[in-house]
Design a protein around this ligand. Structure first.
Ligand code: AQP
Length: 332
C-alpha cells in the first residue's frame, strides 16, 4: 500500500471549513486505499506564541475533531507530533541541508513574518517548512493531502528529499502533493478572493466547525456575492457565488452542474438559505461527537498513545537510516 502523511495545527478554537474541505475530507477518503499517518502538529503550533494550557486543550480538541470527521484510529495512525521525537531530530538534519535563501523564499513565512514584524517572528516560523519536510519524509509518504496554500512547502520537501538522496544515497521517498482541485482553496465569505484562514479571516468570513451553528448559518446568509442574480459557477466574475457552490457541492456530493440546474430561475437568497441548512445539518452531529470524545479524555489519550507507537515504528527506522547516511556514530 502507498503511504500518506498529513498534519494539522492545534491552533484556533476550531477547525474551519477550509481545513475540512481542503484537507481532512481527503484524509478520511484516503484511509480506504492507503496506509495513513495523521498528526496534530503541536511543534508547528509553537512557531507562534501559545498559552500552554490552551495548547494542551486544543491538541486534544484537534484529535477529537479529526475522529469526529471520520479519521479511524484502527486504520490510521493518529498521533501528536511531539510524541514522536524523530520529527524534531530529522528536522535538524534537514535544516542543515536547506539553503538560507531557499528557506527565505517561502511565501507563507514572508506573509506571516511581515504581519508580526521581523523582530517578533521566531526562527521556528522561518524553519517551519523544513520541519514539515521532516514530518513527511519520516514516513516515506508517497502522497500528502493538503490545500493549495501548502504547494510551495511540498515542493521544498521534494527538493530536500532529492538532494539528500543524491548526496548521500537513496533514503527518502519523494512525495507528491495530493491537492483536490475543486476544494483546494476555500475562500473567505466576506472576501472571496482570499483564502478562508484562522489567522487572517475576519469573524464573518470564517466558518468554524465548532461555533454555534446558528452563527454559521447567519454568516452563510450574509456572505458577500455580486450584484447579479444568476446562480452559475464563474470563479472570475462571481467569486462569492462560486465559493458557495463549491462548499455546497462538497458537503452534499451534488455536482456543481446539478446545483446550477436546481437554482435556475432562483436567486442568491435561496442558494444561501439552503446552504445554511446543509451546513447546520453537517455541523450539529459533528459537534455532538466532538463533545463525546472530549468527555472521555483518558480514552482519547490512549488512542493518541497507540497512534504514536505505530508512528514511531516507521519514524525511528527512517531516522536511523538518515543518521547513518550522515555519518553519525551509532550508539553502542
Ligand atoms: N481556505 C482553505 N482552503 C483549503 N484548504 C485549506 N487549509 C487551510 N485553509 C484552507 C488546509 O488545511 C490544512 C491544515 O492547515 P494548517 O494546520 O496549516 O491550518 P492553518 O494554517 O492553521 O489554517 P489556516 O486557517 O490557513 O491558518 P493560518 O491562517 O494560521 O495560516 C492544510 O492542509 C491546509 O492546506
Amino acid at each position: 500500500k502507498l503511504r500518506v502523511l498529513s498534519g494539522i495545527q492545534p491552533t484556533g478554537d476550531s477547525f474551519h471549513l477550509g481545513n475540512y474541505l481542503g484537507a481532512v475530507r481527503q484524509w478520511v477518503a484516503l484511509q480506504d486505499t492507503h496506509e495513513t499517518y495523521y498528526c496534530v502538529v503541536d511543534l508547528h503550533a509553537i512557531t507562534v506564541e501559545q498559552d500552554p494550557k490552551v495548547l494542551r486543550h486544543r491538541t486534544r480538541l484537534s484529535a477529537a475533531q479529526l475522529l469526529a470527521l471520520g479519521v479511524d484510529p484502527d486504520r490510521s495512525a493518529l498521533f501528536v507530533q511531539s510524541h514522536v521525537p524523530e520529527h524534531a531530530q530529522l528536522g535538524w538534519v534537514l535544516e542543515c541541508q536547506t539553503g538560507f535563501g531557499e528557506a527565505s523564499r517561502m511565501t507563507q513565512f514572508k506573509d506571516k513574518a511581515s504581519k508580526q514584524g521581523t523582530d517578533r517572528a521566531s526562527v521556528g516560523l522561518f524553519t517551519y517548512p523544513v520541519l514539515q519536510a521532516a514530518d513527511i519524509l519520516l514516513y516515506q509518504a508517497n502522497a500528502v493531502p493538503v490545500g493549495e496554500d501548502q504547494r510551495q512547502h511540498l515542493e521544498l520537501t521534494r527538493d530536500l528529499a532529492q538532494r539528500f538522496n543524491k548526496r548521500l544515497g537513496k533514503t527518502f521517498t519523494v512525495p507528491e502533493p495530493y491537492i483536490v482541485k475543486g476544494t483546494a482553496k476555500i475562500y473567505d465569505l466576506q472576501d472571496p478572493t482570499s483564502k478562508m484562514s484562522k489567522s487572517a479571516s475576519t469573524g464573518n468570513g470564517l466558518i468554524e466547525l465548532l461555533e454555534d451553528p446558528k452563527r454559521s448559518a447567519k454568516k452563510i446568509r450574509s456572505a458577500v456575492t455580486d450584484t447579479g442574480r444568476e446562480v452559475v459557477f464563474d470563479a472570475e466574475n462571481k467569486a462569492g457565488v462560486a465559493n458557495l457552490l463549491t462548499i455546497y457541492s462538497a458537503l452534499t456530493s451534488r455536482t456543481i452542474a446539478e446545483l446550477e440546474a436546481a437554482y435556475e430561475g432562483k436567486g442568491y437568497g435561496d442558494l444561501k438559505k439552503d446552504l445554511a441548512e446543509v451546513l447546520v445539518d453537517f455541523v450539529t452531529p459533528f459537534q455532538a461527537q466532538v463533545q463525546s470524545y472530549m468527555d472521555d479524555v483518558a480514552e482519547l489519550d490512549k488512542v493518541l498513545a497507540r497512534g504514536a507507537e505505530r508512528a514511531r515504528e516507521v519514524a525511528s527506522r527512517t531516522l536511523a537510516a538518515a543518521y547513518d547516511r550522515i555519518g553519525f556514530l551509532p550508539p553502542s
